[in-house]
Ligand binder design. Structure first.
Ligand code: BT5
Length: 316
């Protein structure tokens, strides 16, 4: 018996305990036990003699029960794995991928104990954020995967605008900023051979309900959350749902028609293009003007000695 489903389907009306027990062949005590389990997980359920049970409020949870019933994607997020705690959702998604999990598999954790950024940096992931990894099998050469990070950033910016009204801009290659403060970061990791990526794990961290004090001192001045911007908490399931739906649309389009459109959208919403940049990358420091995104996702920087294409790096 999916009691939560029935309570929701009741749309705020009462569900008779005795009818439930009868229809599902349960004792009334067993129904009561289910109700108590849901309450322990944060669901507010009213119980009235003679009338029955009524769902009054749901927790801000990212469990499959909260997300899947409202999700309208075909594959993205359909194989849903929720954990209260993980070291890193990217590691779990890679592990699932290696064990044969299908494309679209999603790993979500309430908190991460070893959340990672690029180059092994720490990603602070306390409860209340959105920490997720998507497993993709795009069947593209490794060299063609650059736009996927950008695609995830565009999808998240669109989802945020749609669900919260917050306008975030994309800082190349993998950050989302709101007024110069980092609200989200993306970490794409691929496994495969040069000719073809067997699997790509796209990790995304979005600060949602953290308060300023929740950020470590060294990033407090540079980081922000939706709560910090809006001044109140936000439910995360609708944001996750919006992200997955927008992502799927852009991704399916990109696989068929190429990533030109999504790169154009990223360029139009870029916090980087048109600005002087100082980029620290594998081959040292580069200074110049960020002029455009190439079709493979590279940033073109106009320097004193000519245009230089940069595939990855940190921008100041
Ligand atoms: C990123 O790296 O921005 C990629 C972050 C990806 C995190 C997601 S969460 C789900 C999935 N599982 C993982 O283990 N990771 C992914 P990078 O550009 O290298 O930025 C890292 C830097 O951002 C750190 O060195 C800090 O300065 C800063 N930072 C750390 N935690 C932050 C947070 N919660 N909000 C804003 N900035 C943060």
């Amino acid at each position: 018996m999916d009691l939560l489903y029935l309570l929701r389907a009741g749309q705020g009306g009462y569900l008779s305990g005795s009818a439930l027990a009868r229809n599902y062949g349960l004792s009334r005590a067993a129904v009561w036990k289910h109700i108590e389990d849901l309450r322990a997980r944060g669901y507010v359920i009213e119980a009235k003699p003679r009338l029955g049970y009524r769902l009054l409020a749901s927790p801000d949870a990212l469990t499959a029960e909260e997300v899947l019933p409202v999700l309208s994607t075909k594959s993205i997020g359909r194989y849903y794995h929720f954990f209260e705690e993980l070291a890193s959702t990217n590691d779990e998604a890679k592990r699932l991928g290696a064990a044969g999990a299908p494309a679209g598999t999603l790993v979500v954790a309430e908190r991460q104990t070893a959340g990672r950024g690029r180059l092994g940096r720490t990603w602070t992931s306390p409860p209340g954020g959105l920490w997720l990894s998507l497993l993709l099998r795009p069947n593209l050469p490794l060299a063609d995967l650059g736009p996927l990070t950008v695609l995830a950033a565009v999808a998240l910016a669109k989802a945020l605008a749609r669900e919260t009204g917050v306008k975030a801009r994309i800082k190349w290659p993998n950050d989302l900023l709101v007024e110069q403060h980092k609200i989200a970061g993306i970490l794409a990791e691929a496994q495969g051979e040069l000719g073809c990526a067997n699997q790509v794990v796209l990790g995304l961290g979005l600060n949602v309900n953290q308060e300023t004090a929740d950020f470590p001192a060294d990033i407090r001045a540079r980081a922000t959350s939706l709560r910090g911007i809006l001044g109140h908490e936000m439910r995360r399931a609708p944001i996750l749902r919006a992200f997955l739906e927008v992502f799927e649309d852009l991704y399916e389009h990109g696989l068929i028609h190429g990533f030109r459109d999504v790169l154009a959208q990223a360029a139009a919403n870029s916090a980087t293009l048109g600005h002087p940049v100082r980029i620290t990358g594998q081959s040292g420091v580069l200074e110049g003007l960020a002029v455009r995104l190439d079709p493979d996702g590279a940033l073109v920087v106009r320097t004193a000695t000519g245009d230089v294409r940069v595939m990855a790096g940190d921008i100041e």
